[in-house]
Design a protein around this ligand. Structure first.
Ligand SMILES: Nc1ncnc2c1ncn2[C@@H]1O[C@H](COP(=O)(O)OP(=O)(O)OP(=O)(O)O)[C@@H](O)[C@H]1O
Length: 310
């Protein structure tokens, strides 16, 4: 198959994917989104001929628009623009999870620092303030007191980008020093790991210790539901274990990194992802062939009465 790769930096994750794709003899076209341009009529060369395009852009805005353009050109893209739109924004993600009835931390959104402080006080301390867009745990604050909350809110309002005047306040979940990451393809888990740290931020990017996690049916079910809720694709579903049992889903990542997962588990993650891509492309080709057959049958049916009459 011909695979397009939209990127701005080739991380170890992309390297794993690229070598797996090339080892299997697939042709890969890398497109640096910093150099490409996207018009309304035709896709940048050679993406139009690709069987599938992988959006691996680092920047949220690039990822959102680049995947939207691919869909506009009718080029199959992973992940879909709908998924990118939902996952790249924590408000959208929380709403999608809540609408699907998936347990997710209690969250309140406010638009001024005064109403944000009201929301924070209603949660009590500690609670969490997150930027609506961003990853790797950056600019997340665990608020331990009213005075800390006031200071952070003032900094955000005065110094922050306009996105920082959407205040996303969340209950602090008393997790057991770790959270869980499940990598899924259209809801099917490929592998899972726990990420443990003494710090309250336990994502791998902050240096947490990773270990393979044996999926239980509940995590598997929630990962599938969370994937469906955001539109499916190649996703990293993040969950926390609750003190009284059960889980809560706090994030779904759409341009998911899997280098740490690959190192933690006994699964060749890139190989599983490429298996899924191959199956996806084959299914799409079969659908297209069926549609062509149906069109041909319809054309025969259209001409049949005339033939009979002759
Ligand atoms: N409500 C919460 N209560 C307690 N801990 C939390 C809460 N939300 C997030 N965390 C911790 O903070 C870490 C980062 O959170 P989150 O995934 O929301 O941020 P992020 O910047 O989008 O990170 P990434 O994109 O790398 O997953 C999580 O791995 C988890 O350990």
């Amino acid at each position: 198959m011909e695979v397009g790769l939209l990127y701005s930096r080739i991380r170890p994750d992309e390297k794993l994917l690229l070598s797996e794709l090339r080892e299997r003899g697939h042709e890969v076209h890398k497109v640096d989104v910093r150099k490409a341009t996207f018009g309304l009529d035709a896709p940048p060369e050679p993406l139009g001929d690709c069987d599938v395009v992988l959006d691996r852009c680092l920047a949220t805005s690039r990822s959102k628009y680049a995947s939207r353009f691919m869909a506009h050109y009718d080029v199959p893209v992973v992940n879909s623009p709908e998924t990118a739109k939902t996952c790249s924004d924590k408000v959208e993600t929380s709403l999608a999870l809540a609408e699907a009835g998936i347990p997710t931390p209690e969250t309140t959104v406010a638009f001024t620092k005064e109403s944000a402080l009201d929301a924070i006080e209603a949660f009590g301390y500690p609670c969490v303030l997150k930027p609506v867009v961003g990853s790797w745990g950056r600019l997340m604050a665990k608020l331990e007191s009213r005075s800390a909350a006031e200071a952070v809110l003032e900094h955000k309002e005065t110094l922050g980008h306009y996105e920082h005047s959407v205040f996303y306040v969340q209950q602090f979940v008393q997790k057991p020093g770790r959270d869980l990451r499940v990598l899924t393809v259209d809801g099917e888990p490929i592998a899972a790991m726990s990420r443990t740290s003494d710090h309250w931020l336990t994502n791998a990017a902050t240096g947490a210790e990773t270990a393979s996690f044996d999926l239980d049916p509940e995590v598997e079910k929630l990962a599938k539901q969370a994937s469906d809720a955001v539109g499916g694709g190649l996703l990293g579903v993040d969950l926390m274990e609750l003190e009284n049992g059960g889980y809560t889903v706090h994030e779904v990542n759409h341009t998911v990194e899997f280098k740490a997962l690959n190192a933690a588990v006994d699964v060749n993650v890139a190989a599983k992802v490429v298996d899924w891509l191959e199956a996806k492309v084959a299914a799409e080709a079969a659908d297209d062939a069926e549609a062509d057959d149906t069109d041909a049958d319809d054309a025969d049916a259209d001409t049949a009465p005339a033939e009979v009459g002759q």
